[in-house]
Design a protein around this ligand. Structure first.
Ligand code: HEM
Length: 500
């Protein structure tokens, strides 16, 4: 009798396991058949595996080469590609307009929920997803980015730029200009956002906050992937418990530092003209807490330093690889001023070729390479003539839009002249480095001012030479939300020839 019941229990287990296996396999098979044939996105071209599973997308994202992979897919499948079961990538000028400036709002996806300060229940202008709340934030913060504010801030910016320019010839041979630009733009934004410099330009080592910021962005990529696999995500979170705790602690100390800096700036009655000069004027009246202000200023540092540095590094790399273009730019800069002191925000506005160089640098290597995800509104909407159901995650892939031969002739060649109307056949609107619409870059004018000032001052004073000519700017890059760019060592000499 006892033996019989053991046998019975054993069989029950075997039957249960079999049933469980059959149910799992059936649900996977049904899911695959549904995703490939009946899902509302089934007619959109793309790899079959990506249509049925988030594994390929996660692999591309964590692998660091996602923009290049998505671009390959666009070249193969065309301007619209299903890159994950519920996710569609576009690479056309029309898609920029439809997704980011549509009359019906495509809100930011939950990718943005994991931003810094989220653990404290506060969103910043970058991470706030609700249009109405965001619009109020943007309205309040816009006074810090107005033309008037920018004019006032220029002196502070120029101080950091001059320090950077004067130190350039003294840098050791192994010094990395890519990182150098990051230190400079980091100091500029730190100065404007918190009223005191991080001192990164003078420091021989990268400022620890930069490492934390980059770590947080990697964490963002990981969080995005974990969200795609809720069950496996829980197990991975458990296994990587210590690493995740360490990253969270670093982000937390970053947040503490931002709060402390904002508090210090509030108590100091400073004559310096920075972002907070305008924002503190009506902070109390508008009911903006210190925590909220710290969330904004901390995200200004993330959004405003690395992107601007990337544009500078890319422009420098391509100028050094293209001596003819460098000579043309030197000609423009060195014939436009009588002295270094004449170089300022206003006087650099007339440098047409410089502007074209910067636009071309941001086309060939968009400073924000991550395709910023939006949600198609309830009821569905059309993007570039394709109707998509509500809830679909959608974006324009910046790298692919910039590098598709359907948008730009000779897309891999650095040709500033395309921005001067000297090259027809390009669809210039297909590249949007600052994005568009109500969530487009609030710091665009500031970013452009920095690019003009820094480039003009460096080119006015020095001749640069690339030490390591084997760098492949795209091939040696990784992407973890922002670019991890190649190291760029340069020889810096006081300028020898005047090019008129
Ligand atoms: C070359 C330089 C820059 C580039 C290429 C750039 C690019 C961008 C892009 C593509 C976005 C949209 C992001 C999204 O949709 O998730 C954005 C947003 C933003 N940028 Fe920039 N940016 C630059 C410089 C700056 C600077 C100097 C600041 C100064 C603080 C700044 C602050 C911001 C902020 C706060 C947002 C969020 C705006 C909102 O959602 O209302 N950016 N930027």
């Amino acid at each position: 009798m006892h033996q019989l019941s053991v046998l019975w229990a054993g069989e029950l287990w075997a039957y249960s396991a079999l049933l469980f296996a059959i149910a799992t396999v059936s649900s996977v098979v049904v899911n695959i058949i549904y995703n490939l044939n009946y899902h509302p996105l089934a007619r959109i071209p793309g790899p079959k595996l990506a249509a049925v599973s988030n594994v390929p997308y996660s692999y591309w994202f964590l692998g660091g080469r996602q923009p290049f992979k998505i671009h390959d897919l666009h070249l193969k499948y065309g301007p619209i590609v299903r890159v994950a079961p519920n996710e569609v990538s576009f690479n056309t000028a029309a898609s920029w307009k439809d997704i980011y400036t549509n009359r019906k709002t495509f809100i930011k996806s939950d990718f943005y929920d994991g931003g810094s300060f989220a653990g404290r229940g506060v969103h910043s202008i970058v991470s706030e997803r609700q249009p109405q709340v965001h619009a109020e934030m943007r309205h309040y913060l816009s006074s810090a980015f107005s033309d008037r504010a920018l004019n006032e801030q220029e002196d502070l910016i120029a101080q950091s730029v001059d320090k950077f320019v004067n130190l350039l010839p003294q840098r050791p041979r192994d010094w990395d200009l890519t990182k150098g630009y990051e230190m400079l733009t980091f100091d500029i934004i730190g100065d404007l956002a918190f009223g005191e410099s991080f001192g990164a330009i003078e420091s021989p080592e990268p400022h620890p906050w930069i490492a934390v910021i980059l770590g947080a962005l990697k964490q963002g990529a990981l969080v995005d992937v974990l969200k795609r696999f809720p069950t496996a995500g829980k197990i991975i979170k458990f296994v990587l418990h210590y690493q995740i705790k360490k990253l969270t602690a670093e982000t937390g100390s970053n947040e503490e530092m931002a709060i402390e800096l904002v508090e210090r700036r509030i108590t100091r009655d400073s004559p310096r003209k920075d972002f907070l000069t305008r924002l503190l004027e009506d902070r109390v009246e508008k009911g903006v807490s210190v925590l909220q202000l710290a969330a904004h200023t901390s995200d200004f540092v993330i959004a405003g330093s690395e992107t601007t540095a990337t544009a500078l590094a890319t422009a420098t790399y391509y100028l050094l690889r293209n001596p003819e273009i460098m000579r043309k730019l030197q000609g423009e800069v060195r014939s436009s001023f009588n002295s270094y002191d004449e170089i300022n925000g206003k006087s650099t506005q007339r440098l047409r070729y410089m502007k074209a160089v910067m636009l071309e640098a941001m086309r060939i290597y968009p400073p924000l390479p991550f395709a910023t995800p939006r949600v198609v509104p309830l009821g569905g909407e059309s993007v570039d003539g394709h109707f998509l159901p509500g809830g679909t995650i959608v974006y324009t892939s910046p790298y692919s839009a910039s590098m598709d031969p359907a948008n730009f002739q000779d897309p891999t060649r650095f040709i500033p002249e395309r921005w001067l109307g000297e090259k027809s056949g390009d669809i210039l609107d297909a590249t949007q480095p600052f994005s568009l619409g109500s969530r487009g870059c609030i710091g665009k004018s500031l970013g452009l001012l920095e690019l003009r000032l820094i480039m003009a001052k460096v080119i006015w004073k020095y001749d640069l030479e690339l030490i390591d000519r084997s760098i492949d700017w795209h091939g040696d890059s990784q992407m973890q939300t922002l670019w991890q760019k190649p190291k760029m060592r340069v020889k810096v000499r006081e300028r020898t020839v005047d090019v008129k």
